[in-house]
Design a protein around this ligand. Structure first.
Ligand code: MG
Length: 155
């Protein structure tokens, strides 16, 4: 068994859709990023790569590379999972905590879990997604962006 931890944060940017775990969240600003800004998937990718000691999202998909401009983070996740399986790993489970004042995550949690399960080709019972606020503290608490923590267990 190998455990990995991932973290990411992005600030809101108006004029683009918010994508979390491959799910478009309506009526909320998107996130500033070179890719589609899917902060949740970025944290999950780093947890998976961390568990396998295979670098991080920046080493696999550098934001200086035009290939990844506006990239669909779901496709990046698919390719990381493919690489891990090729290296002999299987995904035991992942657990994700999303921290933001808005949007309220609860109505989207099941959609995000099934989206991640589909992207990673694992049963939904292996995927946990939890949302919470930062109780008004710091920049995330001021509603400036979204932060995500993720842990992954590989076999
Ligand atoms: Mg990111």
């Amino acid at each position: 068994m190998r455990i990995g931890f991932g973290y990411d944060s992005h600030v809101f940017e108006s004029g683009k859709p918010l994508v979390l775990g491959g799910v478009i969240i309506p009526e909320c600003d998107g996130l500033k990023a070179h890719s589609d800004g899917d902060v949740l998937i970025h944290a999950v990718i780093d947890s998976l790569l961390g568990a396998a000691a295979l670098g991080d999202i920046g080493s696999h998909f550098p934001d200086t590379d035009e290939r990844w401009k506006g990239a669909d983070s779901g496709e990046l996740l698919r390719s990381v999972v493919y690489e891990l399986r090729g290296a002999g790993y299987s995904i035991e489970n992942i657990d994700v905590t999303v921290i933001c004042e808005r949007p309220k995550l609860r109505p989207f949690v099941e959609l995000i879990r099934s989206s991640l399960a589909e992207l990673m080709s694992v049963g939904i019972g292996r995927i946990s997604v939890k949302g919470k606020t930062n109780e008004g503290m710091d920049a995330v608490g001021a509603g400036k962006g979204i932060a995500v923590h993720a842990v992954a267990l590989l076999k």
